[in-house]
Design a protein around this ligand. Structure first.
Ligand code: ADP
Ligand code: MG
Length: 390
């Protein structure tokens, strides 16, 4: 569905809904966006700063409530593991949901289990998405937030956005075993058209930064590789950050300055030191980048993006050959302000800030230089989760 727009994705979902449950009509349709992070990588779980943008790419849920106490969900995502359709009773205190197979359903079950308002009715729902799965553009958060938005329509809550983002994050922690930070769910809930959001992951304060200059393009390049390694890299990085903060007597790396870190170098393992150096420098870069964007100082912003990439590659060690190739290829083009890996790393996407006049040339250059096959998306900052007309 990658090539389809949001309304075509919804139409497809409606078609499959009717095919799956003949005689039934969906009464609700909602969408929640994926995201691209401009800068501030691996800082959210260190209570730092992030600067993401919500994408026009969305996960759509269409469905209707039922009176039989049964939840029946179906995903149209080809990449999702089998079975694509799952049927289970509405959870109760005596009969809660627990994670299991298929993996994809855990994101949805987690949201249903942690949803506070209720009691929930049964429902039938189809999920469809044009966010690439596992591409680092946060299809997982968009799925969680879309499901939550759907539940709000069939069983209204108090509408608290913070609670919504935190509940979706909790679903990912407890049901998908991914100890992620708050960025992905936050931006999917709160994204604003024409703005990046500077999110302070300690105070949870959100400051919109305008991004409307038509001479500026945010280009996303999907490496189309994903190195799974052992799967424990993310929790390991997270633990190392906690370890560094603890050794320095602080709650998180947000409270540690570069001077504090340098002074404690002898007490830290070399690897832990480098991990912390990335996080502390990245938080500072993110604050500076938001300011540069406000002042339309794109060269400064681009310079910070490249520093971010280098730090992720050398200190945090979450880049890979393919992402480094994509960044190098983009940076060789006149009119490119900056480029970096985005998302968790080990594959997925890069984000490039480029003058509109140089976009075509940049894509050509990357195609030419990249050893794999890349996919490109030029994107506009879009709004957060919302209800769609049927
Ligand atoms: P990312 O969030 O960067 O896309 P993740 O590994 O965090 O990568 O999440 C991808 C996983 O989320 C998929 O493997 C799948 O289990 C689940 N997922 C995302 N979108 C959908 C969808 N539309 N239908 C089913 N599962 C989905
Ligand atoms: Mg994810």
């Amino acid at each position: 569905m990658a090539g389809l727009g949001a309304s075509a994705v919804k139409e497809e979902a409606v078609r499959v809904f009717r095919e799956t449950w003949p005689g039934c009509e969906p009464s609700v349709a909602v969408a929640a966006p994926g995201r691209v992070n401009l800068i501030g990588e691996h800082t959210d779980y260190n209570q730092g700063l992030v600067l993401p943008v919500a994408l026009p790419m969305v996960t759509v849920v269409v469905g209707c409530p039922s009176t039989d106490g049964i939840i029946s969900i179906l995903t149209m995502a080809k990449e999702a593991d089998e079975p694509k359709r799952l049927v289970f009773p509405v959870p109760s205190e005596a009969n809660p949901l627990s994670p299991g197979l298929p993996c994809w359903a855990n994101y949805v079950k987690g949201v249903i289990q942690h949803y506070r308002a209720g009691p929930l009715p049964g429902f039938k729902a189809v999920m469809a998405s044009n966010v690439p799965l596992g591409g680092g553009l946060s299809s997982s958060a968009s799925l969680e937030v879309a499901m939550y938005t759907f539940l709000q329509q069939i069983c209204p809550d108090d509408g608290d956005l913070m609670e919504k983002a935190l509940t979706c994050q909790k679903a990912e922690h407890t049901f998908a075993s991914m100890p992620c930070g708050i960025m992905d769910q936050f931006i999917s809930v709160m994204g604003q058209a024409d703005h990046a959001l500077l999110i302070d992951c300690r105070s949870l304060e959100v400051s919109p930064v305008p991004l409307t200059d038509s001479s500026l393009v945010v280009l996303i390049t999907n490496s189309n590789v994903r190195h799974t390694l052992t799967g424990s890299e993310y929790p390991t990085r997270r633990k190392q950050c906690m370890e560094a903060a603890k050794a320095l007597g602080k709650e998180s790396l947000r409270d540690v300055t570069m001077a504090d870190l340098k002074a404690a170098k002898a007490c830290l393992e070399a690897e832990v030191y480098c991990r912390a150096r990335h996080v502390i420098s990245e938080i500072k870069r993110t604050a500076e980048a938001a300011e540069a964007l406000r002042c339309r100082n794109y060269w400064e912003f681009g310079k910070l993006m490249v520093q971010s990439h280098d730090s992720l590659r050398d200190d945090y060690e979450v880049s890979c050959r393919e992402l480094d190739e994509l960044v190098a290829a983009a940076m060789g083009v006149e009119g490119v302000y900056g480029s970096r890996m985005t998302g968790g790393g080990f594959g997925g996407c890069t984000v490039t800030l480029v003058d509109a006049a140089a976009v075509e040339k940049t894509i050509e250059q990357i195609k030419d230089k990249y050893s794999g096959t890349a996919t490109f998306y030029t994107t506009k900052p879009s709004r957060g989760a919302h209800v769609l007309k049927l």
